[in-house]
Design a binder for this molecule. Sequence first.
Ligand code: 4AD
Ligand code: MG
Length: 453
Amino acid sequence: SKKMRVSDALACKETGSDVRIQGWVRSVRPQKDNLFLHLNDGSSLQPLQVVASSQLNTRDLTFGCAVDITGTLEKSPNKRQNVELQAQSIKVVGECNPMDFPFKIKERHPLEYIRQFPHLRCRTNAFSSMLRIRSEATAAIQSFFRDHGYVQIHTPVITSNDCEGAGELFQVEPTGDKKDSDDPHFFSVPAYLTVSGQLHLEVMAGAFSAVYTFGPTFRAENSQSRRHLAEFYMVEAEIAFTESLDDLMKVMEDLFKAATEHVFSNCTEDVELFHKHVAPGHREQVDPMLNRKFNVISYTEAIDILKSSSQNFTFSPEWGRDLQTEHEKFLVKHCGNTPVFVVNYPYELKPFYARDNQDHPRHTAAAVDLLVPGVGELCGGSLREERLQLLTQRLSQAGLEDTYAWYLQLREFGSVPHGGFGMGFERYLQCILGLNNIKDAIPFARFSHSCQL
Ligand code: 4AD
Ligand code: MG
């Protein structure tokens, strides 16, 4: 008989065919003459119902065990599914003692509980749904960029630059016996895990016009926050011949909406699980984000809004200081609980690459953050300083002129106005699914004091 995935079996129009299906048992219901099983193989949230007559040996069939079943797909009398599998043979491939298995049949365990079992949590409905959504969202983001003529660049994971200059780097060196006694550094210079692929993308935007990267990014954040990881995935785009933040904001907004619409219409059941059971009512918060234009306010306006509010902030808002999470939350609420772009930050707050807004009354840079409900900062981006003289000045003030000699050269040879942004992929998933903690948006979470598996 033909091997089949559960999702294909569920969609099967022709009954009567002999099939072989392998997977894990999600529920067992013994009845008078038959035993009913729910079989899941990761291809869909909905399990396949299997009917086993009492003639078959069903003793070792328990919640969580792995099985190999052959049988006939029949029309199901049950309204919740088209087909069910009438089993002819059932082989238990791997037993599972339900007393020791950390998940219990028919229980909806909280995400905090299943998080304690990083090697097993993909066997739960909620986490496997999240991972299918994550996979589909990855594909949606890739198609978005491909459809818009971007070239994907695999930016390096190991790099000698500190793009953000925030001192959150992990250093990379070989372990003990591979060390060369004459040179303290394997690469002869200190090397780090990347905090952003931006500078490499800027190189490539100078040849391909529009480029993107989507890969692991590392930051030694010492925070146990619900929106920071030490290893996360970042989607970054860089676009040449871009002269205004409006163009960048359009790409961010279009990307957010296109990816979300794709996920919502291609992972309906999985998404519903979150919107019904994990974060009830969350769909009603996301839908308006998809139908309305995102708000835009300047940093200066944001500070004014915060200052004139009656809220008692832990950090008092001052022009020239970074926006804190509490401020971001307030601004999102202020804008009707929908996404808001904050543009034109104080020049001194932004890294060396941010473009100087010379014509503004207060010294600002053409930088933009996208703030979204439930998460706060989802994207950060800017126009890049493309003017050789201004960039040289800023880098030399920071003592970085030699380090970034190559970066300055990009401004000598065919320099163009350009800009880009980065979107935290796990924060994106948090936002659309209503996940309270970022640790539930990544297959294996790494954060300070935790690198299990
Ligand atoms: O705002 P950030 O630091 O911007 C950059 O790195 C730019 N160089 C990107 C660019 O212009 N190409 O980071 C971008 C986004 C943040 O808005 C946030 O969503 C996410 O990356 N992010 C994190 N996500 C999870 N854990 C962390 N520790 C994160 N740090 C940043
Ligand atoms: Mg940022």
